[in-house]
Design a binder for this molecule. Structure first.
Ligand code: NAD
Length: 290
């Protein structure tokens, strides 16, 4: 396939490289200078998009996605597909899907889980919203970039799944960190705490796969001085998206709101910016010492 890839950052660059390595013809564009193995860099987003069978975007937020979509949709080939893999608000995804259908193009929202390592290894999970016909068309690309693609429903359903997942993740990471900090105060050994909780009803991905306590459980950013991994500010962004969505549909999400507030304080007033989102643990330790 001919692929246009717009947004070649931490996630987009390895995803595009994997597509090129699998034999697809990939033209890429980013607003900053980049080099990506196997990808021909173009001078504009339009140049990357105009010959493509599929245009993929991996961008920071909904506003940028809307502006890129306005720019490239008019020059895309009739019948081509627009596949947005960024994490953005549901409204922006639906607006872009509407715009694409007006130009007789197929659009999908397909945010991912799996982070930078999953992008490099081609083991991402895609949560997909949009027409089944488009999903089938781009499935070979999902198979290269990821290990699983779940069709969640119509336009915006992929983003809905992503922000619900990350709302759970934010809340369980905070709960795991505050429990470790409480265990410290109760003189409970961290390894014993992990051994019990990881095989008991308090287990979660945050505890079992991404343990915030250094030296306990599998390898995680905690062993690396809490260098991200998944940055606290990206978690804050996703929690803000979930609360925006909850407000839009009048859903009651008190745990999500509290998680958003705690990550906002961590990033904006404490030392969370630039640290992994599991650095909530040293934050609780510091508060418990003061
Ligand atoms: P990033 O900041 O590394 O990459 C975004 C890229 O988009 C940058 O290179 C930037 O220059 C480019 N860009 C911005 N505006 C542009 C424009 N108008 N035209 C062309 N390029 C433009 O971010 P990332 O970590 O690669 O994340 C991308 C998306 O994936 C985000 O929506 C993020 O929430 C989501 N995501 C990230 C992770 C992660 O672990 N990093 C995990 C899952 C999902």
């Amino acid at each position: 396939m001919k692929i246009g890839f717009i947004g070649l950052g931490n996630m987009g660059a390895p995803m595009a490289a994997n597509l090129a390595a699998a034999g697809h013809e990939v033209w890429g564009f980013d607003q900053v200078d980049v080099t990506v193995p196997g990808v021909s860099i173009t001078p504009s987003a339009r140049d990357a998009a105009k010959q493509a069978d599929v245009v993929i975007t991996m961008l920071p937020n909904g506003e940028i996605l809307r502006s890129v979509a306005h720019d490239v949709l008019p020059v895309m080939q009739p019948g081509a597909s627009f596949l947005d893999c960024s994490t953005v608000d549901v409204d922006s995804s639906r607006a872009v899907a509407d715009l694409a259908s007006q130009s007789a193009l197929l659009a999908l929202d397909a945010p991912v889980s799996g982070g930078i390592t999953g992008a490099a290894a081609g083991t991402l999970t895609f949560m997909v919203g949009g027409p089944m016909k488009a999903v089938e068309r781009v499935r070979p690309l999902f198979d290269i970039m990821g290990q699983k693609a779940v069709h969640c429903g119509d336009a915006g359903a992929g983003q809905a799944a992503k922000i619900c997942n990350n709302m759970i993740l934010g809340a369980t990471m905070i709960a795991t960190c505050e429990a470790f900090a409480l265990a410290d105060k109760l003189d409970l050994d961290r390894q014993k705490m992990y051994d019990v909780v990881s095989t008991s009803s308090g287990y979660s991905w945050s505890m079992n796969a991404y343990c915030p306590a250094p030296g306990v459980g599998p390898q995680s950013p905690a062993e690396n001085g809490y260098q991200p991994g998944f940055a606290a500010e990206l978690m804050l962004k996703d929690l803000q998206l979930s609360q925006h969505a909850a407000q839009t549909v009048n859903a009651d999400t008190p745990m999500g709101a509290l998680a958003r507030d705690l990550y906002a304080r961590f990033v904006e007033e404490e030392d969370g910016r630039g640290r992994d989102f599991s650095a909530m643990l040293p934050r609780f330790e510091a508060r418990n010492r003061s």
